[in-house]
Design a protein around this ligand. Sequence first.
Ligand code: ADP
Ligand code: MG
Length: 372
Amino acid sequence: MTNENVLEALKNVTYPGFTKDIVTFGFVKNVVIEGEKVAIVIDITSSAPEVKAQLTDEATAELKKLGFATVEVHIDAPQAPQQMSNSVSGKNIAPHVKNFVMVSSGKGGVGKSTTSVNLAVAMAMQGKKVGLLDADIYGPNIPRMMGVADQKPEIQGNKVMPLKAYGVEIMSMGSLMEPGQSLIWRGSMIMKAIEQFLRDILWSELDVLVIDMPPGTGDAQLTLAQSVPVTAGITVTTPQEVSLDDSRRSLDMFQKLHIPTAGIIENMSGFICPECEAESDIFGMGTTIPVAKEYDTELIARIPIEPAIRVGGDTGKPITYFQPDSQTAKRYQEAASSLLQFIDKVQAEGGADNQAIQPTTPPGVSACSTGV
Ligand SMILES: Nc1ncnc2c1ncn2[C@@H]1O[C@H](COP(=O)(O)OP(=O)(O)O)[C@@H](O)[C@H]1O
Ligand SMILES: [Mg+2]
């Protein structure tokens, strides 16, 4: 029996809640074989006892199948963190950033990047030092949405200066690649890219780094939770039932990774008539409230379908900055305030105990001359 045989067998052990195995994730740190006995060290980020138990059981079973008489599995996991409920590995590879906010969604196209941009801009307008990291390496849209698509970041030694717009520091794979170029990412490359974004970008001392994640619940999410303590997770969804199924997966992932959930942003929720300001229901409104309850969290904002939001994204002029008096900008500002309060609460209480933020009550649909 060689170390390779052992690692091969451990590839059958997947990390709970993910499709990847612990060897591919790089969690198996040490293998020692002495005759009939094997000892391994697994270094994980979660302090959840059920994760440890499951990994121990499965790894032991796999190694017994190889014929070892004695199997010792040592799990190196952080102690239940005191400061932050998910402080994961206790590791922070970007220590000058005080808070990390993960913006996730079960699927693409629901407005994750739009939400990340407008929340980041709103917090900067409220006087916070904010960064915006585009971790969606498959579809990096942040440079365009922030109006910096034609700028190239300055390199200093082996570090990269973030770009800056509307008071927000920005970094994206899109800014490091040639326009139109695409890369085929393997899991390990994604993990490396995310780590480098945190380690090798010269972020200032930030109050908040907003991270626009790739859609879904995969390697990027786990890598992030492994590398830094994520203070708050936000799930973006649209109100249709099919989207809600996807957003459940995203909320479930926050729970598995011990990320305190700030709440759900219901995007493309209703339409506000530009003439009479009445709000009408297009895809449904408020449908996320029961899902939020299911996961013991809150609906933190409902953002209507608004042509100006899309135009703002396409032209790199976020609505929150350019039309600060619009209904939509006000909702982003309120969502940003709720998020900042949530972050303060997590920091103060070390609580996974999510804050109750009342959703805006969907106003009734009133008769409107435009007939929408
Ligand atoms: N509330 C909204 N009203 C109108 N258009 C929106 C709204 N939210 C997002 N969009 C548009 O929908 C498209 C997808 O949004 P995007 O933020 O890129 O989604 P994701 O990052 O989840 O893939 C973009 O063109 C964006 O401008
Ligand atoms: Mg996006």
